[in-house]
Design a protein around this ligand. Sequence first.
Ligand code: 13P
Length: 244
Amino acid sequence: MSKKIFIANWKMQLSPAEALKTAKDFVRTFKDFKGIAVVCPDFLSLAGVAKIFKNTPLLLGAQDVAAFERGAYTGEISALDLASYDTKYVLIGHSERRSYLQENDKLLAAKIRMALAQKIKPVLCVGENAAEKKQGREAAVIKAQLKGALNYLPNHGVRSLLIAYEPIWAIGTGLHCDPEKALRVKRTIEELCKRAGLKKTPILYGGSVTANNAADFLIPNGFDGLLVGSASLKADSFKNIVRL
Ligand code: 13P
């Protein structure tokens, strides 16, 4: 069985000083960890966290990446520079970026391409909102999001893609998705990936994950990992999800 992947998304919740302190707590807590634990700090803290994580079992992730390699793109962060800090994963198309920053499929595909070119694993986030859930349109929404991004990508280039199913209504609300329902969506995603020629695409669940519900998503034939927001802001609570 392959190792589960646990990703901490710190979003914009911590100041750089708090992020560096928390990173040090993570290193102490995860010093003998043998699994895959990834932390995505904010960009201002990334270089500092990279230094703290050096020669530890913890991996560095980013919350976003530019859709361009280098040049006159004010405010953007290049995959080249993320790679130079040993960034291993990058979140692409988190629902907060899709909705607040109007990120679209074409842009997300370009970001995936940039990440892959630097051997950074892209984690494409998909998920339905509350209204779409009410209409029972989960599968249709996810299909459109996946197809939308994959249409712009050559098959051979996306072997290292990961997908995170994050129902928008479950993010930061304390209302996690019923695990059985989430697993049905996972099977839909698997089917779509297969049809798109993608093999072995790890599929993660995210949305109000806590130590109390994490195991329900990680049952045999369950999700390949978890993407965690609020409960990843403290080493101890993330540790309880990872079950050290
Ligand atoms: P919460 O775990 O706080 O619901 O956030 C989930 C998320 O958006 C992770 O990317």
